[in-house]
Design a protein around this ligand. Structure first.
Ligand code: PLP
Length: 364
């Protein structure tokens, strides 16, 4: 084990003053998404000269950073997102955290950042969830969202990969992601802005992709839509993905999704949907899928359903797509049976009420 010593799996603890049960209950009654945070956080430092060191569980609170911190100037920041679910009988379980551990390292490599050993990643999640176990919601549809992230911390304004980094995990009780719950959403298709380009960073989870998508997201909201759908940046014809979700198109017995072409984020939920769909007897097709095809097949009725997937929403039905030149509805803008089946099965596996044939749940 060259990158860090065995001792790294021990986290020094600085215990937080815990909020009372009453305060916690009030905060968790309607947490929304990403607004409420638990009592603790985890931090681990990295230096080229030392590897990973100084792992800590400490009170959730502000980070002290030099104003020259590299991440603040050049965006050398990466992140992950995953959830912990209350299980029947009182336990809690992660959903496929090993997939997030691997993806964080793919992202780290693309951003010229150090690998975080998978074992250290998993340990950091466990340490935080064990400390803040009472913050895992038990209500229907709620979960504890975990946000691991890594930032470049060299206090230096030269453009180069940092030699020091901070990795941290924070946790946030989460309700439904889109306001309005499972009601089909309306998507704005941006024909003006791109999210990602070949050779760029679209396939990894880095802050820059989101910064570049915010203007299009704001336009979506101005157009009365819930989220933005991006097209490929070369031909401006093919559907890539939504702001933070992968997209699926349901035909008779077939599920179509755009291929991982280097500018689409490989969602853990996306992979789970593809495996479940095959398990349910659907033909799974990863191929380029154009806006014209989406519109024509929605109008003719050949397209049965469209949905989005991601850790936040899990599965969200798409009822309507709007562009600068008009809009079209998919199957009357009501949620279809396949979308419902996939969501119920996935949510059931996550919450421990369905069998887990793929071994996706990891108990704390
Ligand atoms: C995180 C993310 C997704 C969804 O990935 P999951 O692992 O399913 O949560 C999709 N698209 C983008 C751009 C993302 O950042």
């Amino acid at each position: 084990m060259s990158e860090y010593s065995r001792g790294m799996l021990e986290f020094a603890t600085v215990a937080a003053t815990r909020r009372s049960a009453a305060e916690r209950a009030a905060l968790m009654s309607d947490p929304g998404f990403g607004r409420v945070f638990t009592d603790h956080m985890v931090t681990v430092r990295y230096a080229d000269t030392k590897g990973w060191y100084d792992a800590k569980l400490e009170p959730f609170g502000p980070l002290a950073l030099s104003p020259a911190t590299a991440a603040l100037h050049y965006g050398q920041e990466i992140f992950e997102g995953l959830k912990v679910y209350a299980q029947p009988g009182g336990g809690v379980a992660f959903f496929r955290p090993d997939a997030n551990a691997r993806r964080l390292n793919v992202t780290a490599e693309r951003l010229a950042m150090p690998r975080l050993p998978e074992e250290l990643f998993l340990r950091s999640l466990r340490v935080l969830v064990e400390a803040d176990r009472d913050w895992v919601p038990t209500s229907e549809g709620q979960s504890l969202y975990l946000r691991p992230f890594m930032i470049a911390t060299d206090p230096f304004l030269g453009v180069r990969p940092s030699s020091e980094y901070l990795y941290a995990v924070i946790a946030s009780p989460a309700g439904a992601y889109f306001a309005g719950g499972a009601k089909p959403v309306t998507m704005w298709v941006s024909q003006e802005y791109s999210r990602a380009a070949p050779g760029g960073t679209g396939a990894v989870k880095t802050a820059a992709n989101y910064a570049a998508s915010l203007r299009a997201q704001a336009q979506a909201q101005e157009a009365g839509c819930d989220q933005v759908v991006f097209l490929d940046s070369v031909e401006r014809r093919y559907i890539e993905e939504a702001g933070s979700n992968n997209l699926f198109f349901v035909y008779d017995g077939e599920l179509v999704t755009p291929p991982l072409n280097g500018s689409i984020l490989p969602g853990v939920t996306r992979d789970s949907v593809l495996r479940l769909a095959a398990h349910l007897g659907y033909t799974v097709t990863e191929r380029p899928y154009s806006l014209d095809e989406w519109r024509d097949d929605a109008r003719s009725g050949r397209l049965k359903e469209t949905f989005a997937s991601g850790t936040g929403v899990v599965i969200s039905s798409i009822g309507t797509a709007r562009t600068a030149d008009g809009e079209f509805a998919i199957a009357g803008a009501v949620e279809g049976p396949f979308t419902a089946k996939i969501r119920d099965t996935l949510v059931g596996i996550q919450r421990g009420t369905e069998e887990d044939p793929f071994g996706w749940r990891l108990p704390l």
